[in-house]
Design a protein around this ligand. Structure first.
Ligand SMILES: Cc1ncc(COP(=O)(O)O)c(C=O)c1O
Length: 369
């Protein structure tokens, strides 16, 4: 029996009407941007396999680190126990996040990172004794995941239709622009007694249709939230790790959120993992002698050491920029890589010989670094 026939007998694929679905393509191997099927056909993975694979498929360095971690410690319960990869990853991630983030809470994927963020905000007000602030503010076309909390704060669509009655109440707003920003800011101040938090995908709404909006208007919204005691959650599940030109989209803002949600590119796309980071203000609201103020949330695979090792390896790779910069400088060439992107923009008077020298040096860098 072929793999497709075996698949059809036992598998239910995501987002797929199984009655008339096209046959799935059996993939046997991945390398760089390419995926290969069982007949040797090669495909360019132009969507990074659901936006996760940031350094390419089967990256040897990540594979090596994951394999070493598997042989050392594959998993350990994370309540009452800790381990080096989880602590080291938190130590490395926190300073990279825009603004000041203080704590990392691990989970399994983008949706769970969002669930944790929402629970942190809802319970924050509960712990503070405020039972009025229960409503979430979100964008009409947002997509934050498929679990119930994440679905609730996502735009209503064919994906949510069968569940709409069960989703919690959310105040949906349009994307901000020059024409509506004042109206949106007024809304935030009018509803401030009810709104606990504002969740947003910074700069671009992904699954909602790749809708882009300007940083300066998001900044205005964040400013209003701060002034009106509305907590803010940046869902950087898609935008994180370089997708908008900066390492995190929120680096393009002046005002920074209380909470970040990360996943997808976090492990270089190799292992499932979610991160919810928060600042001290949020964390402190959960410190109490009253056990009821604890954040009672966790997953079996919280802070899985192998996923942490993959993330550490991926972060290392993302830090190539400085090494590339110094490498070219040592060859007498000034190049300023944008992250890991090497570009050349020389004066038009450059000679062919000098250009050839630059091209050769880039090839050498790719071999050597
Ligand atoms: C912005 C954003 N948030 C959350 C999610 C949910 O992530 P996951 O599919 O890992 O649950 C996605 C997935 O596409 C996303 O784009």
């Amino acid at each position: 029996m072929s793999l497709i026939e075996r698949d059809k007998k036992v598998i239910w694929h995501p987002y797929t009407q199984m009655k008339d679905a096209q046959n799935p393509i059996p993939i046997v191997r991945g390398e760089g941007v390419y995926l290969y099927d069982e007949n040797g056909n090669k495909y360019i993975d132009a969507v990074s396999s659901w936006w996760v694979t940031i350094h390419g498929h089967a990256h040897p360095y990540i594979a090596e680190k994951v394999s070493a971690q598997l042989k050392e410690l594959e998993h350990v319960i994370f309540a009452g126990f800790t381990h080096e990869p989880a602590v080291k990853l938190a130590e490395r991630l926190l300073p990279l996040l825009p603004g000041k983030q203080d704590k990392i809470f691990y989970s399994d994927n983008g949706s769970t990172a969002v669930e944790v963020a929402l629970k942190m905000c809802l319970q924050y007000w509960n712990n503070k004794g405020n039972t009025q602030k229960k409503k979430v503010l979100a964008f009409k076309d947002a997509y934050h995941g498929d679990t119930f909390g994440a679905m609730s704060v996502s735009g209503r669509s064919i994906f949510t239709n069968p569940f709409n009655d069960l989703l919690f109440d959310v105040e949906f707003i349009d994307l901000p622009n020059a024409d509506n920003i004042l109206e949106l800011q007024t809304k935030i101040s009018q509803l401030q007694t009810e709104i606990c938090c504002f969740i947003f995908e910074p700069l671009i709404l992904g699954a909602g249709g790749m809708l882009m909006y300007e940083a300066k208007y998001l900044d205005e919204l964040l400013k209003s939230c701060k002034e009106n005691d509305v907590l803010t959650i940046a869902d950087e599940v898609m935008t994180g790790f370089g997708r908008t030109g900066t390492y995190f989209a929120c680096e393009q803002l002046i005002h920074h959120p209380n909470i970040f949600c990360l996943s997808k590119g976090l492990t270089g796309g190799t292992m499932p993992m979610g991160v919810t980071s928060c600042n001290e203000k949020i964390f402190e609201a959960f410190l109490s002698d009253d056990k009821l103020k604890t954040l009672y949330h966790g997953h079996s695979f919280t802070a899985n050491p192998v996923a942490c090792a993959a993330s550490l390896a991926s972060l290392y790779l993302s830090g190539l920029r400085d090494r590339l910069y110094n490498y070219f400088l040592s060859k007498g060439i000034i190049l300023r890589p944008l992250g890991n992107i090497i570009y050349i923009l020389p004066p038009y008077v450059i000679s062919n010989d000098d250009l050839a020298y630059i091209y050769n040096s880039i090839l050498q860098a790719l071999d050597e670094i």
